[in-house]
Design a binder for this molecule. Structure first.
Ligand SMILES: CC(C)(COP(=O)(O)OP(=O)(O)OC[C@H]1O[C@@H](n2cnc3c(N)ncnc32)[C@H](O)[C@@H]1OP(=O)(O)O)[C@@H](O)C(=O)NCCC(=O)NCCS
Length: 171
């Protein structure tokens, strides 16, 4: 397995992975499959085009097939530029529990740890997503708050939790 930052050349594979995630794990994402499945390919290319304050890392198998991804962005503006967000974490079912999620998160953390004046990495997670919460806890994220009925998924209201990691981790 290898992990690298995605580029617009990965847009087709990222789109397929993203839509699979929205379809199979609706509780794990703020977006609905209907919001994204008809978006043009260029929109997915735009989302993964790396900048100083936003990029997506991807995990590839031995055949260089994209099996998982995690996105990151940093807030703008003097008051919020110390905050950043992890979004869109997803590993294909066939490749879970063999370290892809950890490898993605480690790669992401190594990169954000080196950024000056960045103090927080936050994320939202479904309150019943024990697999993801266990992964985040292992890397030092801590529960901050619970947002009751944050999402409506297939007619059911579900809670999300805000988790946060203080940066840099070496302090
Ligand atoms: C959460 C997710 C990204 C984890 O990816 P993964 O590749 O399976 O993770 P890893 O193999 O690196 O596992 C790392 C740790 O996560 C936790 N974990 C992963 N799957 C788990 C499960 N099914 N049950 C309990 N803990 C689990 C464990 O602590 C695990 O460490 P361990 O194997 O030493 O016990 C993956 O399950 C996924 O894509 N889920 C659907 C989408 C999702 O929930 N995204 C998160 C949105 S916030």
């Amino acid at each position: 397995m290898s992990v690298r930052t995605l580029t617009p050349d990965d847009a087709q594979a990222f789109r397929a992975l993203r839509l699979e995630g929205l379809r199979l794990s609706p509780e794990s994402f703020g977006a609905h499959i209907d919001d994204e499945e008809n978006l043009p390919g260029a929109e997915f290319a735009r989302r993964i085009t790396p900048t100083d304050c936003a990029w997506v890392v991807g995990a590839f198998d031995e055949s260089d097939i994209l099996r998982g991804a995690m996105g990151w962005f940093r807030e703008r503006g003097a008051k919020r530029a110390h905050q950043s967000t992890l979004w869109g974490a997803y590993v294909q079912v066939s490749h879970r529990r063999i370290g892809y999620g950890s490898a993605l998160l480690l790669a992401l953390l190594k990169r954000v740890d080196a950024l000056p004046a960045l103090r927080q990495l936050q994320l939202h997670v479904w309150s019943e997503n024990f697999a993801a919460k266990s992964l985040y806890a292992k890397f030092g994220f801590r529960f901050v708050a619970r947002h009751p009925e944050s999402l409506q998924v297939n007619g059911r209201f579900i809670d999300e939790e805000l988790w946060s990691l203080s940066l840099p981790r070496s302090i």
